[in-house]
Ligand binder design. Structure first.
Ligand code: ATP
Ligand code: MG
Length: 220
């Protein structure tokens, strides 16, 4: 199953959600994290630096790296991905046979690479911050008509009237367009880069870890 975290907006929680969902998925099956963002933020969590080698021209054994976790492999960020033409489908069909779960951490852009990601993922998860302008970007992505299965979810929820209003607005959308699970604004999530570890891994009993588990159940 290919799960992609995508939004044209930056800083909305694509990477933090990817990292946590990877941890949850790895308890259920063989999991690959593919860092498609040249910033390499999710690679950082697994001590991998962005590479300069156009991965689509390399043998698969050279591009996939193992991690300190038995069930997690990673394709680290690749700076040369700027050259991307349209080779993703072929590579994904090979990866599908090797992994139960492939989680893609996407960059905040709409280009040839992310268009193919939208086309070839089984599900696109769009993190949105709890405000109206953030919801608008979901509609912009929907309008590309590239993805079959594309759901928004709220990240950074605080228990206050303005955020509750956004949840009410979302609940009026067609059920196929959103996840019921929403992620709270949380110091544990914000501190993840210090720990270099997902909340799910570092604090498995926390409320936040339970939320990511619930989200994963809702997806699969
Ligand atoms: N639920 C949350 N609670 C508190 N802080 C959060 C939460 N989600 C994300 N953050 C923080 O917000 C910032 C942006 O999150 P993240 O890097 O996951 O977003 P992104 O969409 O991947 O950004 P980019 O577009 O730059 O790749 C980070 O500093 C992260 O720690
Ligand atoms: Mg990111």
């Amino acid at each position: 199953m290919i799960i992609s975290l995508y939004n044209i907006k930056g800083g909305v929680g694509k990477t933090s959600t990817s990292i946590n969902l990877v941890s949850v998925a790895s308890k259920k099956g063989k999991t690959l994290l593919w860092d498609l963002d040249i910033q390499g933020a999710s690679s950082y969590f697994f001590n991998k630096k962005p590479k300069k080698r156009y991965i689509f021209q390399k043998p698969i054994e050279k591009i996939i790296k193992s991690t300190q976790y038995e069930n997690i492999d990673i394709i680290p960020a690749d700076i040369k991905l700027e050259k991307y033409k349209n080779e993703m489908k072929e590579l994904l069909s090979i990866l599908r046979n090797r992994y139960d779960f492939i989680i893609m951490d996407a960059p905040a852009s709409l280009n040839a690479l992310t268009r193919d990601l939208l086309k070839h993922s089984d599900i696109i998860l769009v993190p949105v911050l709890p405000n109206i302008l953030s919801l608008r970007t979901y509609n912009q992505i929907l309008k590309t008509k590239l993805a079959k299965n594309i759901k928004l979810f709220v990240n950074g929820f605080e228990n206050k009237p303005a955020h509750k209003k956004i949840i009410q607005t979302i609940l009026k959308l067609p059920k196929s367009q959103y996840l019921k699970t929403y992620i709270p604004k949380s110091d544990l999530i914000e501190s993840m880069p210090f720990e270099k570890m997902s909340v799910v891994e570092r604090f498995p009993e926390s409320r936040e870890a339970k939320v990511y588990e619930k989200m994963f159940e809702e997806i699969i």
